[in-house]
Design a protein around this ligand. Structure first.
Ligand SMILES: Nc1nc2c(c(=O)[nH]1)N[C@H]1C(S)=C(S)[C@@H](COP(=O)(O)OP(=O)(O)OC[C@H]3O[C@@H](n4cnc5c(N)ncnc54)[C@H](O)[C@@H]3O)O[C@H]1N2
Ligand code: MOO
Length: 431
């Protein structure tokens, strides 16, 4: 699919990472290698703003006019000339008209006069201040403003205070969220330019796997990885291509991966990247491209393949994730998510980590990054405490499902005493 994307040689990229040892990589080295290797799609398309949610901007959105386009009232009350206020802010102007949002007052406002005004209404000519109606006492047409509640310029919103005409409102590479969609609409723009969607294929390998609808057999396991991968990719806004369970047969594996090259930008496999005997996948991946097989100092998720595969002129980035269901998810969030965002044209920042208190001692061996699944509990002091979700085996998917997020325990860290602070990566974001 990615005939237009040229990827560097992996060897050229890995040599930029100091002390590269494919059998003992740190998490940050893997992240750096992948970030240097992947390339962003370069095809843009114009879409309706409601189709742009979750897409990545391919061109700056420029404000075509000042926002707001006129000085306007920030409160319901009375608009007046700030120069009419006495030193302490007191005044008693007379009402000469009314201005509503969408129905401006266009008459003159002489000194000593004011205009009844509603929030959002255009400020009458010469007026620069609004006194909120709660602060005044009305006596016929006279508005008594006490001292101490107002100074010149209060409660008036200036033309262009949000955006100036010609100023970029949103920059290329922005992943569009609800506020961005509203912001584009506020500029009167019905469409935006976004990068095309990323097409990501995924498949499971392993002769023990059964697809949904198939009867279970002795020693069989229902394929769950394809469903978590489908869910994670769909959440990320990718177009997905499900290749199903591919049997551990070199011809079938090669045909599936060649199909990927023609139809997708990237492929995610799960299983078959460790050292087991039935794993033809490694040989096929190596045959089709420039693929490295790594052992990463992390838990879960030690074995992983990464690189690119090609069929004719078509190329796809390959992520060969370990088969254990928790390892699939953790390696996806540690490596694949950010790589795919880069390929989508975004510039992802590191996820913010929340410091929380360990509510019990946590076993951890130095020399690897660990991602332990945890739930948060509110503490009496207003902070958050974390408790792991029981057995942390990488086949126990319930440990992910029950968790609020991951405790990210750094490479050099040893065991953690109860009450110590640890870093927590939440699963849920607000928007
Ligand atoms: N001698 C060694 N054995 C293992 C090592 C090692 O370093 N030396 N690493 C272990 C680690 S860590 C992991 S993770 C696994 C990864 O192995 P593979 O990527 O080759 O995965 P498989 O052997 O195919 O499967 C592992 C496990 O996961 C289950 N699985 C696989 N695919 C699915 C799926 N789509 N849905 C649900 N479950 C799946 C599979 O049945 C196995 O139980 O290797 C360790 N061994
Ligand atoms: O990738 Mo394996 O956990 O770490 O089971």
């Amino acid at each position: 699919m990615s005939a237009s994307l040229t990827f560097p040689d992996l060897a050229a990229v890995v040599c930029c990472v100091g002390s590269y040892d494919p059998d003992a990589l740190r998490v940050d080295q893997v992240q750096d290698i992948i970030a240097c290797f992947v390339r962003s799609v370069r095809t843009a398309e114009r879409v309706d703003i409601r189709a742009a949610l979750g897409r990545v901007l391919a061109a700056d959105v420029i404000a075509p006019f000042d926002v707001p386009s006129h000085d306007n009232a920030g409160m319901d009350g009375y608009a007046l000339r700030g120069a009419d206020l006495a030193a302490g802010g007191a005044a008693a102007p007379t009402v000469v008209g009314k201005g509503l949002a969408g129905h401006a007052y266009t008459g003159a406002v002489p000194s000593g006069a004011c205009v009844r005004i509603m929030t959002g209404a255009v400020m009458p000519e010469g007026c620069d201040t609004v006194v909120p109606q709660e602060f005044v006492r009305l006596e016929g047409d006279v508005v008594h403003i006490p001292a101490g509640v107002l100074k010149p310029g209060d409660n008036a919103r200036q033309r262009g205070e949000d955006l100036r005409a010609g100023q970029p409102a949103l920059a290329v590479g922005k992943l569009l969220r609800p506020a961005d969609i509203g912001l584009v609409a506020s500029l009167g723009l019905p469409e935006v330019m976004v990068w095309r969607k990323l097409r990501v294929a995924f498949m499971s390998t392993g002769d023990e796997l059964r697809s949904l609808g198939e009867p279970p057999a002795q020693g069989s396991v229902y394929d769950s990885n394809r469903y978590t991968l489908w869910a994670m990719l769909t959440r990320l806004g990718c177009d997905v291509l499900d290749l199903g369970v591919v049997r551990d047969d070199p011809a079938l594996l090669e045909a599936a991966l060649r199909q990927v090259c023609e139809n997708a930008d990237a492929v995610i496999t799960s299983g078959g990247v460790s050292v087991g005997e039935a794993d033809h996948l490694r040989a096929v991946m190596a045959k089709l491209g420039d693929v490295a097989f790594w052992r990463i100092a992390m838990r879960p998720g030690r074995p992983m393949a990464f690189g690119r595969i090609a069929s004719g002129v078509h190329t796809a980035v390959l992520f060969g994730l370990p088969g254990n269901p928790v390892a699939v998810m953790v390696t996806f969030y540690a490596f694949v998510r950010e790589a795919l965002l880069r390929m989508m044209g975004a510039s992802p920042k590191p996820q913010p980590l929340l410091p929380v208190r360990a509510l019990h001692a946590i076993r951890k061996r130095p020399g690897r990054t660990e991602y332990q699944r945890a739930v948060l509990e509110a503490q009496a002091d207003g902070g958050w405490g974390a408790r792991t979700t029981g057995d942390q085996g990488s086949g126990i998917l319930r440990s992910m499902s029950a968790a609020h997020g991951l405790l990210v325990l750094p490479h050099d860290q040893g065991g953690i005493d109860a009450g110590k602070m640890v870093d927590f990566l939440p699963f849920e974001g607000l928007v």
